[in-house]
Design a protein around this ligand. Structure first.
Ligand SMILES: Nc1ncnc2c1ncn2[C@@H]1O[C@H](COP(=O)(O)OP(=O)(O)OP(=O)(O)O)[C@@H](O)[C@H]1O
Ligand SMILES: [Mg+2]
Length: 281
């Protein structure tokens, strides 16, 4: 289903490169139903169709349980849809691959390895020759301002630094597509803002394609070229908004304040549907 176009601020527009370049990521009528522990069926998401252009930053928002993580896992190749398909550069996804990296809420660093060794390990898995790894990991640790902490163990870092290390590890493998599932959700507000700025900078510098899941409307407005809003579960796309505020963006940009209030209004409608169902049993 194509998302509805509602109000003057919510517009369906082709992606920036649409018509000139094929989509980097395409979802076509994706649906996923799980079997619950009690034997019933849970429809996580249904009929999800969208394209992400090369180099585009897309944020996925929606009420809890609407299938955002499910979709991200399917794009990552960690899960499979029951119906529909996911294409990367026009080719169907059949499993995880070096063209995609995932950032989770928990940075998932190996606690017994230094920051540098964590990045090195991922580079080894990606088949980067040993002789190239040192330069590559130092370059990316520098990009996230962790050069001085290359030899530190993860437990010696703050939560924000651990997440930056995970970002460096993901970027060092040079995937085309970064998939992020609420990567900053566990951080305090100030650290989160610093990382949002850093991520914006890294994205502008690298031009990676991003699919970024968040519950935070302000974060989505700050980071995204386009926000996709999912419905109450089973999730499907109901709205999309392109954000044209120039970059680098500032949090107090009045254009973003307008986006935040528009997206928030639509999100609340979907959240209220979930609450009404829960109250109604
Ligand atoms: N492995 C699983 N087995 C059974 N049900 C699952 C499984 N994974 C997800 N679900 C169900 O699918 C639905 C969607 O879950 P998902 O985690 O994708 O939602 P979400 O939008 O990421 O939610 P949140 O915002 O809370 O992270 C939920 O009802 C969830 O209980
Ligand atoms: Mg989730």
């Amino acid at each position: 289903m194509r998302p509805a176009v509602t109000g003057p601020d919510l517009r369906l527009e082709p992606s920036p490169q649409a018509g000139t370049a094929p989509a980097k990521v395409s979802l076509r009528n994706v649906a996923r139903t799980y079997r619950s522990a009690r034997g019933g069926k849970v429809s996580a998401c249904t009929d999800v169709t969208f394209d992400v252009a090369p180099g585009e930053f897309v944020c996925l928002l929606g009420p809890s349980g609407c299938g955002k993580s499910t979709l991200l896992n399917i794009i990552a190749g960690l899960d499979r849809p029951d119906r529909g398909e996911v294409l990367i550069d026009g080719r169907p996804v059949s499993g995880p691959g070096p063209d995609r990296a995932v950032l989770f809420q928990e940075p998932a660093l190996f606690p017994w390895m230094s920051v540098a060794a964590n990045v090195d390990f991922a580079l080894g898995l990606a088949g980067v020759p040993k002789t190239e790894r040192r330069d590559r990991r130092m370059f990316w640790l520098g990009k996230v301002h962790l050069s001085r902490f290359a030899d530190a163990q993860p437990h010696e870092l703050s939560g924000g630094m651990r997440q930056r290390a995970a970002l460096a590890r993901a970027l060092a493998c040079e995937p085309d597509v970064l998939l992020a599932d609420e990567p900053f959700a566990a951080l305090d507000a100030q650290t989160r803002e610093i990382l949002q700025r850093e991520l914006q900078r890294v994205w502008v510098e690298t031009g990676k394609t991003f699919v970024f899941v968040t519950h935070n409307v302000r974060e989505a407005a700050f980071l995204a070229d386009r926000v996709l809003l999912m419905s109450a579960p089973p999730g499907t796309l109901v709205e999309e908004q392109r954000i044209t505020a120039p970059r680098p963006r500032e949090f107090d940009d009045p254009l973003l304040a307008k986006v935040v209030s528009d997206v928030h209004r639509h999100l609340i409608k979907e959240v209220e549907k979930v609450v009404a169902r829960e109250i109604g049993g």
